[in-house]
Design a protein around this ligand. Structure first.
Ligand SMILES: [Zn+2]
Length: 141
């Protein structure tokens, strides 16, 4: 496990996080670099179900593996997301909705035959990449 790192410790840092939240985040790029180095080929910002507006951060369409690298704040990570509870109601509600939406996304993709894996942005990128590799290289059946 990675040591605890306070996130968004200043208003400035917080602003940066909000600005970068949707795609090409640093943790995501770190994982993608490693996957690429392992020789894996993947899609980025991919919609597993065309008509469903849910976008996997990294996807392996052939193996039907969808990877999400969730931001600690936006997806209420148990280690770092607790600060949300102290925020204004607006944010608490918004974050709760995100969590519900994540669960809904998992259920819908799984129902369509996808394997859904989620990691936290605080997870070690090397370990994340290895876990993904094990998953996509697993022989079918
Ligand atoms: Zn976290």
């Amino acid at each position: 496990m990675t040591p605890y790192e306070p996130w968004a410790s200043s208003p400035k840092a917080r602003k940066v996080m909000i600005g970068n939240r949707s795609r090409d985040t640093k943790p995501e790029l770190a994982v993608r670099r490693r996957l690429h180095a392992m020789g894996l080929r993947y899609r980025v910002a991919y919609r597993p179900i065309r008509e469903l507006r849910r976008t996997a951060d990294v996807a392996f369409p052939r193996q039907k593996v969808a990877v999400f690298i969730d931001g600690c704040y936006w997806h209420s990570c148990p280690q770092h997301g607790t600060k949300a509870a102290r925020n204004a109601d607006y944010w608490s509600e918004k974050l709760a909705k995100n969590v519900a939406r994540d669960a809904d996304t998992n259920a819908r993709l799984q129902a369509a035959g996808w394997t859904v894996v989620r990691f936290w942005e605080h997870d070690d990128p090397g370990q994340v990449a290895q876990a993904i590799r094990d998953l996509v290289r697993r022989p079918p059946g």
